[in-house]
Write a protein that binds this ligand. Structure first.
Ligand code: ADE
Length: 228
């Protein structure tokens, strides 16, 4: 899979995308992540990527020209399955959207900043819009990092143990079961006996019960949701 991220603030993305699982996935070629700086697609001395909104109002708006030029340059190199714009008014990002994206070959993620991006970019270039939750970040970069993280860990070769993704919270619309590691007793708190028995079918049964119990207590809304 290839992910091209278009941003006015590339520095924000360097940290989250160069650690741990995401780093390993890039090293073993499960994913190629390329970050594109919008300032490289400007033509003025100040490398201007934003301007004041027509009609007045607070905040700055990302200009259309650098975004069009950057995405047109990318389109010349390959075909993209999706051009995704990160925005609080987009579709809510979910595990099932992450799973769908993990099957794509090439995607672009466009990060907005300040007050947003010129609407003509959304109309002409963007194919889907994603929000990571009902709150407003200063820009789309952290949201893009969240999407990339959730997608890349699902790629074959990312996780050491591929069954790990199948027991994730939200898989089958259920939360995950509690997990424990050594020691079997710590400060008087014991690991549930069943986990120490080595009886795999009893353990699986316990885990499934716990997933249902947890989901009922914490996220009953998930129980009534159809698989997307
Ligand atoms: N940009 C700013 N806030 C955002 C959010 N909640 N989700 C996605 N992109 C954003």
């Amino acid at each position: 899979m290839r992910i091209d991220i278009v941003t006015g603030l590339p520095e924000i993305l360097n940290g989250p995308l160069s650690e741990s699982i995401i780093k390993r996935a890039q090293e073993n070629n499960s994913v190629t992540i390329a970050i594109h700086n919008l300032r490289d697609y400007t033509h003025d001395r100040h490398k201007t990527i934003d301007d004041t909104p027509y009609g007045g109002g607070a905040g700055m708006v990302l200009k259309p020209e650098p975004i069009f030029e950057c995405i047109e340059a990318l389109h010349k190199e390959r075909r993209y399955d999706e051009i995704i714009y990160m925005t609080p008014d987009g579709n809510r990002f979910t595990q099932s959207i992450a799973a769908g994206l993990s099957l794509k070959e090439n995607i672009v993620i466009l990060c907005g900043h300040y007050k947003g991006i010129d609407e003509r970019v959304r109309e002409a270039l963007v194919t889907s819009e994603l929000s990571i939750g009902d709150y407003v970040l200063t820009g789309g970069e952290l949201a893009a990092a969240v999407v990339v993280d959730a997608v890349v860990r699902l790629l074959p070769g990312s996780l050491h143990d591929s069954t790990s993704a199948m027991t994730d919270t939200f898989q089958d619309n259920l939360l995950g079961a509690p997990v424990y590691t050594r020691p079997p007793e710590y400060r008087g708190m014991k690991v549930p006996d069943v986990l120490l028995t080595g009886n795999h079918s009893a353990i699986e049964e316990w885990r499934q019960e716990q997933r249902i119990k947890r989901t009922t207590e914490r996220r009953p809304d998930l129980l009534n949701k159809k698989s997307e």
